[in-house]
Design a protein around this ligand. Structure first.
Ligand code: PMP
Length: 384
């Protein structure tokens, strides 16, 4: 324990700082008329049929625990769904339904990391990985990616960071916060590096369905990778189901058993109502997903075009719902604060997402076209 008193936080917990994004948004929440491009969640409502299925399950009194691994009917649909990415997993032994992808990621760290193990983290990245590794007593090793590579993970980046010594590598592509995606060719390099150095891969593919140019490739489909990879996905992003808290992990049977060893004691089972909604989502909501993807793509093109007109450098982000332009001022934090104060537009400084993000801003386009237009008009006025 650190500090005083019987309920002082453990040293492990005390060593993890509060989320930089959260602090920023607490300031924004106190202001009037803020247009926020800061949130990492869809602005769409959950597809109607999925909501109806959730309500119907409640009315039928389906409110008990499910099997630890999730309802068999849902695991079957998940296994069927992921065949679109050429992933082939046995619904009984290789699929674990979790409370959001967040739980699956946390389970992987706790189930696979021994004290002192090194976990390489491709950055800039979603903010939960580094704390998650620390909560598991692992050693996070940031692997910065860069604008010149359009924030793709490369062998050079892995080598430069000393990741050959790592036990595990975690990344998310399509990426939060950059919107970068990985081509199959680029993934092959990463896969070769991981095979050469016997590194396990935790592939966060929660934005797989939100890929705008070409198809999403999962690293688990590459030769020799399935047995060393855990794939995470979920319903929060593509199906606009963040609050329902449902995700899943895909991995070989022994790995799913390890994850489930933690899950069965700490969570028992993922939310039952959400599992009913998810079955309906997979069965009948593909047109809703397609429509949302079309809208995101329109917004993406709009934001990229406006940034370009303003002379703000931004690579063509091709996935998730973020763009990651260069900050017009060298200090992105100062720029974000000044923009918020002067024009009430909230964006997130890139360094909140780890190394490689300095001098950039994350802007989410999971906002209405009207809000995006207002935000871009205000940004333009601010620059003038
Ligand atoms: N991974 C990434 C890359 C994310 O952006 C998020 C949500 N912001 C999550 C995981 C967590 O998703 P879930 O709601 O399924 O826990």
């Amino acid at each position: 324990m650190s500090g005083d008193g019987p309920l002082a936080p453990s040293e492990r917990v005390a060593s993890v700082p509060e989320s930089g994004i959260r602090k920023f948004f607490e300031v924004a929440a106190e202001m009037d008329d803020v247009v926020s491009l800061g949130v990492g969640e869809p602005d769409f409502a959950t597809p109607y049929r999925a909501r109806e299925a959730a309500i119907d399950s409640l009315q039928r009194g389906k409110t008990s625990y499910t099997a630890n691994k999730g309802m068999a009917a849902l695991r079957e649909r998940i296994a069927d769904h992921v065949t679109r990415y050429d992933l082939d997993y046995d619904p009984d032994a290789e699929v674990l339904v979790t409370a959001g992808a967040s739980e699956a990621i946390d389970l992987a760290f706790r189930a696979l990391v021994d004290p002192g193990d090194t976990v390489a983290i491709a950055q800039p990245s979603y903010v939960s990985y580094e704390p998650g590794v620390r909560f598991a007593d692992g050693e996070p090793l940031p692997v910065p990616t860069c604008a010149e590579d359009e924030f793709a993970l490369t062998r050079e980046a892995l080598e430069a960071a000393g990741a050959s010594e790592a036990d595990l590598l975690v990344y998310c592509y399509p990426n939060n916060p950059t919107g970068a995606t990985m081509s199959e060719e680029a993934l092959r390099e990463v896969a070769a590096f991981c095979r050469e150095h016997d590194i396990g891969v935790l592939a966060d593919e929660i934005y797989a369905a939100l890929t705008y140019e070409g198809e999403h490739t999962s690293i688990a489909t590459l030769p020799g990778m399935r047995e060393r990879t855990v794939v995470f996905n979920g319903f929060s992003k593509a199906y606009a189901m963040t609050g329902l808290r449902l995700g899943y992990a895909l991995a070989p049977p022994a790995v799913v058993d390890s994850l489930n060893r933690v899950h069965q004691y700490t969570m028992l089972s993922a939310p039952t109502t959400a599992q009913h909604a998810a079955i309906e989502a997979l069965d009948n909501c593909e047109s809703d997903v397609a429509e949302m993807r079309t809208q995101y793509d329109r917004r993406r093109n709009f934001v990229l075009a406006r940034l370009d007109e303003m002379g703000i450098d931004c690579f063509e982000a091709t996935g998730a719902f973020y763009v990651f332009p260069e900050s017009p001022w060298p200090d992105a934090g100062e720029f974000a604060e000044a923009l918020l104060e002067a024009e009430q537009v909230a964006v997130v400084p890139g360094d909140a997402f780890g190394e490689g993000g300095e001098g950039h801003l994350r802007m989410s386009y999971a906002s209405s076209m009207a809000d995006l237009r207002t935000a871009m008009d205000r940004l333009e006025r601010f620059l003038d």
